[in-house]
Write a protein that binds this ligand. Structure first.
Ligand code: MN
Length: 205
């Protein structure tokens, strides 16, 4: 098995009342686990295809790997992006947010709009664009669609219904609002510092 479910650094109940323990337990132990299992199954089937030189299922397996590995990556980041005491955006990260989006307030409104307007299932994200050496906000469809290669995710918000429906039913705006209370800005800053230091070589060698 290549991929495995990461342990959370906090209890399932730690993010209450913003996200309930019930959602966290299902989301982590069932949904995230399913993506890990799916990604491993796709890799195993690809190895089998190579061993038998039977590549008839490759198109489906490539889609399966992209979807399930996407789910594994996204959730692994999402859990670390959350914390009951994550502080606020500051320092170089705050300066970069202001530089690339005009102000923190403009960034937050843009991010909220991206989250609220996803058609179907997906994610809103703040990423480092390794080609332009800048921060960008994006909408990720399902687990893997609608983005260019080279986006390094810094902050992700799961907008699949499984992420909020038990707590917020159809009132997505309250879920998005609650999210800002539990963003782990120390984690986002750490990701930003790391990607910025290595950005020049990430795409262009
Ligand atoms: Mn999810």
């Amino acid at each position: 098995m290549t991929y495995s479910l990461p342990e959370l650094s906090y209890d399932y109940s730690a993010l209450e009342p913003h996200i309930s323990a019930r959602i966290m337990e299902l989301h982590h132990s069932k949904h995230h686990q399913a993506y890990v299992t799916g990604a491993n199954a796709a890799l195993e089937a690809m190895a089998e295809a190579r061993a038998t030189e039977n590549f008839v299922n490759i198109p489906r397996l490539q889609k399966d790997l992209a979807f399930h590995l996407g789910g594994h990556v996204n959730h692994s980041i999402f859990w670390k992006n959350l914390s009951p005491d994550g502080g606020s955006a500051e320092g170089e990260l705050l300066a970069a947010i202001s530089e690339h989006f005009g102000s923190y307030d403009a960034f937050q409104k843009h991010f909220n709009a991206a989250a609220m307007s996803i058609q179907g299932s997906g994610w809103a994200y703040l990423a480092w664009d390794s080609m332009g050496n800048r921060l960008v906000i994006g909408q990720l469809y399902d687990q893997q669609g609608n983005l260019a290669m080279g986006m390094i995710p810094l902050l992700m918000l799961d907008m699949w219904e499984h992420a909020f429906y038990l707590d917020y039913v159809n009132v997505k705006a309250d879920y998005v609002k609650a999210f800002w209370n539990i963003v782990n800005w120390q984690d986002v800053s750490k990701r930003f510092d790391s990607v910025k230091a290595n950005s020049a070589s990430l795409l262009l060698g």
